[in-house]
Design a protein around this ligand. Structure first.
Ligand code: NAD
Ligand code: UFG
Length: 338
């Protein structure tokens, strides 16, 4: 039996493939490579000494989905495939709703036709909107989303919940990621953004490697200890292991589970800059800029539910996240292109 990993060539997907293969799972990846390179999968194979069955294709394409479920014995699907750039989603809502929402509905429809009713879905902390409480627990109500991207996650959560409610054969696990950063210890796989990065850590590493001149810090007048925005950064390898724990939970027929995956520790932009500098002995020049529209002062979770029910705890701290992000970036200044 195999695990179907959609979007498995991407940042979080490739790290999850490593953990799955190391745990002895057979892995089938479906990815259209719209935001990734097949080289990530070659490197996963090199790191684990195991093979991945790769299908280049789209979750919107029923033909390839049917082919996969006919040829492979898929027991569960970990569903990462999706578009994820918040700003781009504002400019291209149709593309985001079609790819993420229609794509997921197509995938789920083909899954049920083939009797595979176990899915782990990549959701995001962004579904909480302006959070009603900090730290954010899963009991915190979902909020108004800031972008079409965030709405796709919020809507898909509800769709999966309703599908599970109507058919109890489904096991649905929704994982709400906080801020994934870091890379595999080997420095062979990592985050490979297209163009100028939107997110903090890839921006910092590109300043460190000399591709960008300085970091812009979006506001230092927030109501936080040092005035810069606070987030719950989580090492991508810890996040990947959370998916393996979720698969174990599916074996227990959980039916429905919703979990925050974060460390529970809020770190500011300045904490990230200072920790990166100290861990890697590199200066990060920065300038203070205006606040970025839509940003919230503090966003961090309580990961207690994942600890109690999945037996999952994040092991890595911010220093390791900074070291590992830098190892990946400095060894691969052009991502998978060199
Ligand atoms: P990524 O872009 O690196 O990976 C997504 C993968 O899906 C890519 O390899 C892309 O080529 C593929 N893909 C996109 N649309 C597809 C389609 N229609 N058919 C087949 N493949 C398709 O992103 P990531 O950071 O690894 O994120 C993985 C998932 O986690 C996404 O669903 C994302 O929204 C979610 N997520 C990410 C973050 C984050 O900060 N990275 C935070 C919360 C949630
Ligand atoms: N920041 C800067 N300068 C930059 C980039 C970011 O100061 O160049 C700051 C932001 O203002 C924020 C913090 O760094 O305070 C983190 O910003 P990111 O863009 O790295 O991450 P966000 O918390 O804004 O958003 C991320 C993902 C979303 C996801 C959300 C919650 O990009 O997809 O986490 O999971 F929805």
């Amino acid at each position: 039996m195999s695990i179907l990993v959609t979007g498995g060539a991407g940042y979080i997907g490739s790290h999850t493939c490593v953990e799955l293969l190391n745990e002895g799972y057979e892995v089938v990846v479906l990815d259209n490579l719209s935001n990734s390179s097949v080289k990530s999968l070659e490197r996963v194979e090199e790191l684990t000494g195991k093979k991945i069955t790769f299908y280049k294709g789209d979750i919107l394409d029923r033909v390839i989905l049917n082919e996969i479920f006919e040829k492979e014995e898929i027991e569960s699907c970990i569903h990462f495939a999706g578009l994820k750039a918040v700003g781009e989603s504002v400019a291209k809502p149709w593309e985001y709703y079609t790819n993420n929402v229609t794509g997921t509905l197509t995938l789920v429809d083909v899954m049920r036709q083939h009797g595979c009713k176990n899915i782990i879905f990549s959701s995001s902390a962004t579904v909480y909107g302006e959070p009603a409480e900090i730290p954010i627990s899963e009991n915190c109500p979902k909020g108004q989303c800031e972008s079409p991207y965030a709405w796709t996650k919020s809507m898909l959560e509800q769709m999966l919940i309703d599908i599970q409610k109507a058919d109890k054969e489904w096991n649905v696990i929704i994982l709400r990621y906080f801020n994934p950063i870091g890379a595999h210890k080997s420095g062979r796989i990592g985050e490979n953004p297209n163009g100028i990065p939107n997110n903090l850590m890839p921006y910092v590493t590109q300043v460190a490697v000399g591709k960008l001149e300085h970091l812009g810090i979006f506001g230092n007048d927030y109501d936080t200890p040092d005035g810069t925005g606070v987030r719950d950064y989580i090492h991508v390898v810890d996040l990947a292991r959370g998916h393996v724990k979720a698969l174990h939970k599916i074996d227990e027929n959980i039916e429905l589970g919703i979990y925050n995956l974060g460390t529970g520790q809020g770190k500011s932009v300045m904490d990230v800059v200072k920790t990166f500098e100290a861990a890697n002995n590199i200066k990060i020049p920065y300038v203070i800029k205006n606040r970025r529209p839509g940003d919230i002062a503090s966003y961090y979770c309580t990961p207690e539910k994942a600890k109690e029910e999945l037996g999952w705890v994040a092991e890595y701290g911010l220093r390791e996240m900074c070291e590992d992000s830098w190892r990946w970036q400095s060894n691969n200044p052009n991502g998978y292109e060199n």
